[in-house]
Structures are given as structure tokens and as C-alpha cells.
Design a protein around this ligand. Structure first.
Ligand code: FAD
Ligand code: UDP
Length: 390
């Protein structure tokens, strides 16, 4: 094993957080060695074309959105954008529903046309009065009442997290907007778009713009820390793994993805269902809150990417328990999981020459824009501590 290399910053993980902090430190004149044990960069945001030629997100759909113009401006140095109004549907009781809940959903629910004020009155009568919702059940029933909560949220959440919504932070279900108009966009953020040529292309441009960064794929943290002498370590993997799970493993939720591609001929037969030539289902994502299906959602990304291709690919997402041999896709946003994380976080706070950033190292259910912001902030801190390297 080589032991004679040296760098300024050794960065574990080539996802959003690792690559953004590497770019920032390289721009300040520092050398960075970024390693990832996977055989590609991009972390969970990595995208590629599959055997059918369809652009897919192999680790689940990644819809970029942000309320931060500063973060959008930063990423816009490395990509143009393809604007998307991410729209989805829910499928339960044998039919498609407009989702997230909006006036169209209400009309489908009552089986006749309605107005915003009628829907608002209905919500007033049905919502459960809770002034300060403490969990994911309360946050939804306090807005729409039990019936719509049970129809769209309870079953989905039980499948996704294997725990009841009342045992999850309010922010989990609370991130799904509820509207009394006909706005059916899935997300609430001001800026909603995909990188025009994909996330992998965005990261390629970022790496090309970072002369101080060298990337090493297929390298694990344990190997890297002995291979590179460094002044500061930046860790973006799971924090409990960093500490060899000395206080026990933190809880995570994982996923299994089932991909299926369809030719133009097969898609012609689906047209009565998709309502759109060249597509398998009527929207980019269809959620399945019912117990009939073991999967939570089916994603057909071609709706969002706008890729001009006859074939299509759909992905069914099956939640599964986390074990040490599978990816820890989701930290669990719940009080007792946070308490368990706190013990590791206390150890991390006492490490003067190691930074912990990103979704897994800080054990936060963070989106891509949020980890980008976190990486930029940590780079600023490190630059003010170590200075720039002329
Ligand atoms: P990651 O992308 O997880 O990157 C960490 C990297 O570190 C990985 O490549 C891993 O291989 C590497 N690594 C870990 N441990 C080690 C080790 N010991 N040695 C070497 N390498 C290591 N965000 C959105 O904004 N919009 C969405 O629509 C969205 N959808 C999502 C859907 C799913 C199914 C999931 C799981 C996440 C989704 N996210 C979404 C969140 C998004 O994936 C994260 O915010 C972002 O990718 C986190 O970047 P990161 O660099 O912190 O972590
Ligand atoms: N959720 C739900 N029903 C839905 C969609 C979402 O109950 O149809 C809940 C579920 O608990 C989910 C959370 O809201 O985990 C956040 O949904 P989102 O689609 O943002 O999840 P992600 O894309 O992060 O998996």
C-alpha cells in the first residue's frame, strides 16, 4: 500500500458535500484528495443512462429545488438548468389522485366540482385543532383532518419508515405542501429545476474547474487515511461508521430499486393508462400509500428530464431495513435517533482536525441544496482558519 502521498485536505466521499467543499478549497489554492469507495462520483445524486439509453437516477429520484438564490448561483457556475414543475400523482383505492392535496384532490374526493372557499370551509370543519404539531401525524391531521391523512399519508409513511407518523418529526410529512388552489406542484421551493445535462455532468464540470482536486474512486476511508498525509480530514460518510459504531449503529432506512424498461411498441399499449404517448404512467412519480403494494412509489424520470427517446424506464422503490451491507439512504428523523446521534456528534465536536459534513455525517434528512450550503459554510470556516494558499 502506498503511504508516501500528501495533500492538504483529505476528503472522504465524492457526493455533493465532498465535491463542493473540494471545489471551494481548491479555489482557495489548497490541494484536496477526494476518495470514494464507490466506482463513480456524485454520491446518491449520481445519474447515468441505462441499457435502454434512458437517463436514470440509480439511487432514487433527485429533484433539485432551493429557496436559496446564493446556492443556485453557486451551482449555476457548473451547469445550466432544465426548469421542471415537478408534478406527481397518488394511486390508491384503484385510481389516480391529484397530489399533493389541492383543490383537484378535494373534487376527486367528493366526486364533484368545488371552489377554494368550499374546500377551505371543509378543512376548517375537519382539521384537528393542534396549535403546535409535534410529529408527522399531528402536522397532517391539523391541516386536513383524519380522512385525507389516512388516505394519503399513514400507509405510505408506515411503509417508508416502518414506524408510525406519530413517531417521526413533524418535518417529515410536514415537507409535503397542502394547498386550497389548483397548484399541484410536489415541492414548495422557489427554484425547481434539474441540471440541464444531469448531475454527473455538473460534477464533471466542477472537477474540471478545480485544479487542486484529485479524485480516487474505489478507495475506502480506512485505506485513504493511511495513504495520504493530510493537515485536515473531511468526512462525509456515516458518522457511526467513522467511530466503528462504538455506541452501536445509528438507525437508518434503506431502499431496493426495481428497474424496468419499455420499448416504444410496449408503450403504445399503455397509452390508455399513461394518457401520454411514449410514457408508461401519467406523471413523473406516482405514490402508492396503500397496503396492496410493497413499494412506495414508481418513478418515470423521463417526464422530468425531457429526454427525447422512444423507450422509457420506470423504477419501483421498495423500502427495506438497513443492515451494515446495504446503503444507509435515510437517517431517521425522530427524537430517539437524534439522541443516539448526539453521542457521536459530541465525539466529533472534540476532533480539531476533522470536519463532518453532509447528510450521513451530520445525520440529517437534508436535501442537495442544504448539503451544498453546509459544504460552502464549512469551506469558509476552514479558509478563515487555514487561510488561502497562494
Ligand atoms: P452522499 O450523496 O451520500 O455521498 C456520500 C459519499 O461518501 C457516497 O458516495 C459514499 O460512497 C461515500 N462514502 C461513505 N462512506 C465512505 C467510506 N467509509 N469510505 C469511502 N467513501 C465513503 N435531495 C434533494 O434535494 N432532492 C431530492 O429529490 C432528493 N431525493 C432523494 C431520494 C433518495 C432515495 C435519497 C436517498 C436521497 C434524496 N435526496 C434528495 C437527498 C440527497 O441524496 C442528499 O442531500 C445528497 O446526495 C447528500 O450528499 P452527501 O454528499 O452528503 O452524501
Ligand atoms: N409522504 C406520504 N405520502 C406521500 C408522500 C410523502 O406519507 O404520498 C410522507 C412520507 O413519510 C415521506 C415524507 O412524506 O417519507 C416525505 O416525502 P418525500 O416525497 O419528500 O420523501 P423523499 O423524496 O425524501 O423520500
Amino acid at each position: 500500500m502506498e503511504t508516501d502521498r500528501s495533500t492538504d485536505f483529505l476528503i472522504i466521499g465524492a457526493g455533493f458535500s465532498g465535491l463542493v467543499i473540494a471545489e471551494r478549497l481548491s479555489a482557495a489554492g489548497w490541494k484536496c484528495a477526494v476518495v470514494d469507495r464507490r466506482d463513480h462520483f456524485g454520491g446518491n445524486a449520481y445519474d447515468r443512462k441505462d441499457a435502454a439509453g434512458v437517463l436514470i437516477h440509480p439511487y432514487g429520484p433527485h429533484y433539485f429545488r432551493s429557496n436559496s438564490q446564493r446556492i443556485v448561483d453557486y451551482l449555476s457556475k457548473f451547469t445550466e438548468w432544465h426548469a421542471v414543475d415537478y408534478t406527481i400523482k397518488s394511486h390508491t383505492r384503484g385510481r389516480y389522485w391529484s397530489f399533493p392535496i389541492n383543490l383537484n384532490t378535494f373534487e376527486e374526493f367528493i366526486g364533484r366540482p368545488a371552489t377554494t372557499s368550499e374546500f377551505s370551509d371543509w378543512l376548517e370543519q375537519n382539521k384537528v385543532p393542534i396549535s403546535d404539531p409535534k410529529n408527522s401525524e399531528e402536522v397532517i391531521i391539523s391541516q386536513v383532518g383524519r380522512e385525507l391523512y389516512e388516505l394519503f399519508f399513514e400507509g405510505y409513511t408506515l411503509k417508508q419508515w416502518k414506524r408510525h407518523p406519530r413517531d417521526l418529526d413533524a418535518s417529515v410529512c410536514g415537507r409535503i405542501p397542502i394547498r386550497t388552489n389548483r397548484d399541484d406542484r410536489y415541492l414548495a421551493e422557489n427554484f425547481q429545476a434539474l441540471p440541464k445535462h444531469g448531475y454527473t455532468a455538473l460534477f464533471e464540470t466542477m472537477l474540471n474547474a478545480s485544479p487542486g482536486v484529485e479524485l480516487h474512486l474505489g478507495v475506502d476511508f480506512h485505506e485513504a487515511r493511511t495513504r495520504w498525509k493530510h493537515k485536515h480530514l473531511i468526512f462525509t460518510g456515516a458518522i457511526d461508521e467513522f467511530y466503528d459504531r462504538r455506541f452501536g449503529a445509528l438507525p437508518y432506512r434503506s431502499l431496493r430499486f426495481e428497474h424496468e424498461s419499455f420499448s416504444a411498441g410496449q408503450l403504445r399499449e399503455r397509452e390508455p393508462i399513461s394518457g401520454k404517448p411514449g410514457f408508461w404512467q401519467p406523471a413523473m412519480q406516482v405514490n402508492y400509500p396503500g397496503t396492496e403494494e410493497a413499494f412506495t412509489r414508481i418513478v418515470e424520470l423521463k417526464h422530468a428530464t425531457g429526454q427525447q427517446i422512444d423507450a422509457t424506464t420506470i423504477v419501483r422503490e421498495y423500502p427495506k431495513d438497513w443492515t451494515p451491507d446495504v446503503e444507509p439512504f435515510y437517517p431517521i428523523p425522530a427524537p430517539e435517533a437524534r439522541t443516539a446521534y448526539q453521542r457521536y456528534s459530541d465525539l466529533a465536536a472534540a476532533e480539531p482536525a476533522t470536519s463532518f459534513i453532509g447528510r450521513l455525517a451530520t445525520y440529517r434528512y437534508y436535501n442537495m441544496d442544504q448539503v451544498t450550503g453546509m459544504a460552502i459554510a464549512e469551506a469558509d470556516k476552514l479558509i478563515s482558519r487555514y487561510g488561502t494558499n497562494p
